[in-house]
Each structure stands twice: as structure tokens, then as C-alpha cells.
Design a protein around this ligand. Structure first.
Ligand SMILES: [Zn+2]
Ligand SMILES: [Zn+2]
Length: 213
């Protein structure tokens, strides 16, 4: 059984998630810690809980979701996975950081493995389904853990809102299609843990999200 733990980091108030199992293995999702203090607090948590990180996997590669990427890879010596369609976003990250006025001392690393909608991610005996949800970025994915009734949604669907589509590779019609076909087909009580803001459910967003009526 997988449990989820949320951290909120950086000036974008980005949600970084940890998925842990009973063997104390964990996946780091969207490491957004910015600066020494946030990085230290995250690493301290993992050490205090005696967790063993297996990999870092990203819903997409916008800067607010990768500020802490180099730090966790260096600290834990773990592989990094990303959908191949988000490679251009990753490669543009240093430029994007500069545009937004942030420091990105090192270029982000290349992925060590590709995340694909055709291949579930295994964590011990648990399986996490990958759903391809482009629109906010060209290679956005969500991670759906059916047995736990939740999904990590990145910047696709928020409580009462949706991801912005004005960044390079963004498209509102595509985002709308991703939400309708990949998220709204999940059971209504599925909890969505988004990249920003509080969690929500599929049912709640179907009924009241003003962007999707
Ligand atoms: Zn984003
Ligand atoms: Zn974001």
C-alpha cells in the first residue's frame, strides 16, 4: 500500500509529493525545493523517516517542479524519469528560470528513463498507472494509484481551476481533452493531488469547476 505526503515549496507554492510504501521505499515527485533551507528540510524529513528513495519522477518539467532536481539526485544518487514529450521543456528550463527572475545554478540533468503511458511504474508490489495528459505542457502526465484511490495530477486540474495553457507547447483544447478523457474517466471519489493548492476529487471538479462546464 502506498501513502502520500505533501510538501509545498518555492515562490510558486508548488506541491512536491513523496510516495512511500511499508518497506519505507519512496518515490520523489516534482522536487520543487528552492534554496538551501527548503532542500535541507526535505532531505531531513527523508532521513528522519529512514526512507529509501528509489527514483524521482516528474509530472512535467516546468521550473517550479524541478528547482530541487539536481539536489535530490546528488543527495540520493537516484534515477530521474520524465515523459519524452516534455524534454523540450526541460531543455528550456534554464532560460525559463531567467525569464521569471530565478537562479538556476546548474542546468537540469537529462532523464535516466522515460515515463510512458504504456508502462505502469512499479514500487515493490504496487503499480502506478501513467496517464498522458498534454495541454499544460506537451509531455504532462498524471500518476494514478487505483488501489489507493488517488492521482498526482501535476498542473492539469486544480481545485476550481485548470493548468495555464499560455506557456510554450500549451493548448487549451488539448488540456480540455486530456481532462475529459484521462481524468473524468476515473472514479468520482478519486482524490486528485495537484501541483498547486489543495487536493480535490473528480466528482467535485466535474460538478463545479468553472473552466469545465
Ligand atoms: Zn507547470
Ligand atoms: Zn506548477
Amino acid at each position: 500500500m502506498i501513502n502520500i505526503h505533501r510538501f509545498t515549496f518555492n515562490p510558486f507554492q508548488e506541491n512536491t509529493y513523496l510516495l512511500t510504501n511499508e518497506k519505507k521505499q519512496c518515490f520523489i515527485i516534482d522536487p520543487g525545493m528552492y534554496g538551501a533551507e527548503e532542500t535541507a528540510s526535505f532531505i531531513n524529513y527523508i532521513e528522519k523517516e529512514h526512507l529509501q528513495p528509489l527514483a524521482v519522477i516528474n509530472t512535467h518539467a516546468h521550473i517550479d517542479h524541478i528547482f530541487g532536481l539536481n539536489a535530490v539526485i546528488e543527495q540520493f544518487n537516484i534515477p530521474f524519469g520524465l515523459h519524452e514529450k516534455d524534454l523540450p521543456v526541460l531543455e528550456n528550463a534554464a532560460t525559463a528560470a531567467m525569464m521569471f527572475g530565478f537562479e538556476m545554478p546548474q542546468n537540469p540533468p537529462q532523464p535516466d528513463f522515460t515515463i510512458s503511458e504504456n508502462e505502469p511504474i512499479k514500487m515493490g508490489s504496487d503499480e502506478i498507472e501513467v496517464r498522458f495528459t498534454p495541454g499544460h505542457s506537451p509531455g504532462s502526465v498524471i500518476f494514478y494509484y487505483a488501489a489507493g484511490g488517488f492521482a498526482i495530477g501535476g498542473d492539469v486540474l486544480f481545485a476550481g481551476s485548470v493548468g495555464r495553457t499560455d506557456l510554450p507547447g500549451g493548448s487549451f483544447p488539448l488540456l480540455h481533452e486530456s481532462i475529459t478523457t484521462q481524468l473524468f474517466t476515473l472514479p468520482g471519489n478519486t482524490v486528485i493531488y495537484p501541483g498547486h493548492g489543495p487536493s480535490t476529487t473528480i466528482k467535485e471538479e466535474k460538478e463545479s469547476n468553472p473552466f469545465l462546464q
